[in-house]
Unconditional design. Structure first.
Length: 384
């Protein structure tokens, strides 16, 4: 089965199960892959209708399937995501003697991949993003870019390499007019401009906000605007610094899922690296998670390989006392139990299985609010 057909089948399953919120977003992703302005206009019209008649779910599903049929017949040229487009070899950034030093760091970024960047504050996340974005010059090592679009000067290179900081600048006029200005600046013909802008507005959930000004938008929708403005430029690498900082839990989940879907576009994929304090949410969507500690690099792939012959580490949130947990776990290989920020971290021998932990807690009627196996998560570095 082709990737295109797999994505179409996924949309079909969502719609048949009446999961129209996520199904409609996935439908828009499939539509964007076609680069067909006629299909774009169909999506735009359906988005407008959907906002006017939010309770007409049956008709929404019927109309969505009609567009899905058109998408299935539209040709899509899939992009080859096998080659890296950014390669860093032992790069460092030093701020002088006895001051902070980032690196050495070696990594490759490929299109269609999401790279999470985590670590405590002050350990180099923003510095790394700014070095990759060429906003800071690295001190040592090699940093190579191999973009599809020819970059004859620094401006063209950075047009394909977009960095969005945590605090974005104020803009003027309406959201829609700003986005139309972006496309006109990049040479999009007037007859395409409106359609492409409205398609992006629909995809990023900005339909009911398109006529609002900067001061009338919440922080979350300002970030969505920045993403819309960036994605219209079709960058090859997107670097986001704390995009989740001002969002509630539900909005974080939605925007991360949106970013993952957009970066996995069949014909216009993006290499995305994002820094965040929301470790678990970022790990869910990331193909690789980079952890920085005192400027030094570790990633979750190396964590997995290291943990094959190491301890089982379990994070547990419970109101029971330490002594009670020690009694529960003393027969299943407990090696250490620490209390870290209101949560217990239990270390077990490498022959202990996670299901046995759940069984022991259940048999002893331990009331658990939360439990997670963090043996292969970068979370283990935060609590060690």
């Amino acid at each position: 089965m082709s990737k295109k057909q797999g994505r179409i089948n996924e949309v079909s399953v969502f719609l048949k199960n009446r999961d129209t919120v996520l199904g409609f977003r996935k439908l828009m992703d499939c539509a964007i892959d076609t680069q067909n302005l006629g299909i774009y206009n169909d999506i735009i019209a359906l988005t407008d209708w959907k906002e006017q008649f939010p309770t007409e779910e049956d008709e929404l599903i019927e109309r969505s399937f009609s567009i899905l049929d058109k998408i299935s017949k539209a040709p899509i040229e899939e992009y080859d995501i096998s080659k890296p487009i950014v390669v860093a070899n032992n790069i460092t950034k030093s701020y002088g003697h006895n001051r902070f030093k980032l690196g050495p760091i070696s990594l490759e970024l490929k299109k269609g991949k999401v790279y999470g960047l985590v670590g405590e504050n002050g350990n180099g996340k923003t510095t790394l993003l700014r070095v990759l974005a060429k906003e800071l010059k690295h001190t040592e090592g090699n940093l190579l870019y191999d973009f599809d679009k020819r970059n004859t000067n620094e401006f063209e290179l950075r047009s394909n390499l977009v960095y969005i900081p945590q605090r974005t600048k104020k803009w003027y006029g309406s959201l829609k007019d700003n986005l139309k200005f972006v496309l006109s600046s990049y040479g999009t013909p007037p007859e395409e401009n409106e359609t492409r802008v409205l398609m992006m507005i629909a995809r990023l959930g900005l339909w009911n906000y398109k006529h609002l000004k900067w001061s009338e938008l919440s922080s979350g929708y300002k970030m969505r605007f920045e993403l819309a403005r960036t994605l219209l430029r079709k960058p090859e690498v997107l670097l986001l610094d704390e995009p989740l900082a001002n969002l509630d839990v539900l909005a974080q989940q939605v925007i991360l899922e949106d970013l993952k879907s957009i970066c996995n576009s069949l014909n216009n994929p993006i290499a995305l690296i994002l820094s965040s304090q929301q470790l678990y949410e970022v790990e869910k969507i990331s193909d690789k998670v980079i952890y920085l500690k005192d400027g030094k690099y570790t990633d979750n792939n190396s964590t997995v390989s290291e943990s094959k012959n190491s301890q089982l580490i379990v994070e547990i949130d419970t109101n029971c006392e330490r002594q009670e947990l020690l009694s529960v776990f003393n027969t299943i290989g407990l090696e250490k139990l620490i209390y870290n920020g209101g949560i217990f971290i239990a270390y077990f021998s490498n022959d202990t299985l996670f299901p046995s932990i759940l069984e022991a807690l259940g048999k002893n009627s331990i009331d658990v609010t939360y439990i997670r196996n963090i043996s292969s998560s970068t979370r283990r570095f935060f609590v060690s």
